[in-house]
Design a protein around this ligand. Structure first.
Ligand code: SF4
Length: 336
């Protein structure tokens, strides 16, 4: 897979199983693959996890990246164990000499490395200089790595500059991308449980992508990583970068709506979940305004008291009772 340049913005995630538990890890990755995950990262906190890497790799179909903190020897061992990429954090992997050893080993086989600059593990000297985590402090940490990369003439590298503070993340990535051409992995670190995490990630990742910054994304949520993939694709869909599933639009309802639209929308959402067509589907609460408001939709329904109309691009194509209209809508979608 390619990251950066003209390659499409990819969606990636990280397992939350114990990596040494190969069967749990493989089964989680397979669920992630099904949802469209294009690269997966696994935590490598010990040697046993290193030895699991080849076993996991042969059971999956997407690139496997080893995520290593604190111990550069585990990074070297992961390379030996055949991973497709490495993610290390210059703030905690050790001194420059250790970083160099990892880069030299990766360079021998042209293995990509992501250097993850994180607000929570910024280099102590940088933190001392800036007194707190600021966008410039985060960028300086990346620049220190770039000096080493230039010295070793190795550039198969991706950077990520993440903070738990969404504004710091946006500013730091802006500063970095205005000066350097390295591909960027975007994310808001420790974004939180799904409700908060989705909002923070959508604002942070979304605003950077909208400015043309970012090559691969990971939405961090506390919970099942499969959900991270779904959210990642939704962000790309909203920004018209990539569309894997239909875009469902529905009105908020008002006093004109005479049906239980919330229930109807949930049903449609469930039924179209596995349809991989780039359609816009509308479910609107009334005919008076619904048709006009959703005229950009490829197909949709709008209701009155007991009936609904099926429409395409704002033009009514049929009228049905509310008992059968959703079935008819789904049949039409299947044929599109
Ligand atoms: S489409 Fe009709 S029911 Fe829905 S918000 Fe607009 S006016 Fe109200």
């Amino acid at each position: 897979m390619e990251i950066g340049g003209d390659a499409p913005i990819s969606v990636q995630s990280m397992t939350n199983t114990e990596t040494k538990n190969v069967s749990d890890t493989v089964s989680q990755i397979r669920r992630m693959e099904k949802e469209g995950c294009e690269l997966v990262r696994v935590a490598v906190p010990d040697l046993e996890s290193c030895y699991s890497l080849p076993l996991i790799k042969k059971e999956i179909n997407i690139p496997l990246v080893a995520d290593v903190h604190y111990d550069y020897k585990l990074a070297l061992k992961s390379i030996e164990c055949g991973v497709d990429g490495l993610r290390i954090n210059p703030g905690n992997i050790g001194n420059n000499e250790k970083i160099k050893l990892v880069i030299k080993s990766a360079k021998k086989i042209n293995l990509p490395i992501r250097f993850g600059i994180n607000s929570g593990s910024l280099d102590k000297n940088i933190l001392k200089k800036y007194k707190k985590v600021t966008p410039r402090a985060l960028v300086e940490s990346a620049v220190n790595v770039i000096k080493i990369l230039d010295e070793l003439n190795y550039h198969n590298i991706i950077f990520s500059i993440k903070s738990t503070n969404t504004i710091n993340t946006i500013e730091a990535n802006n500063i970095f991308s205005s000066k350097y051409d390295y591909p960027l992995h975007l994310g808001i670190t420790e974004a939180g449980p799904p409700f908060q995490g989705i909002i923070k990630s959508s604002v942070g990742i979304g605003s950077l992508l909208f400015q043309g910054i970012g090559d691969t994304i990971r939405v961090s949520l506390t919970g099942d990583p499969v959900e991270e993939i779904k959210v990642g694709y939704e962000i790309l869909k909203v920004l018209h970068f990539r569309q894997r599933s239909p875009d469902l639009i529905s009105c908020p309802t008002c006093g004109r709506c005479k049906v239980d639209l919330s229930k109807i929308v949930k049903k449609v959402e469930r039924k179209i979940r596995n349809i991989n067509k780039p359609l816009t589907i509308a479910v609107m609460g009334c005919m008076v305004n619904g048709l006009g408001e959703a005229k950009e939709a490829d197909i949709g329904v709008a209701f009155d008291k007991k009936n609904g109309v099926l429409f395409k691009k704002g033009k009514i194509i049929a009228k049905y009772s509310d008992k059968i209209i959703i079935r008819r809508l789904l049949e039409e979608i299947k044929g599109m």
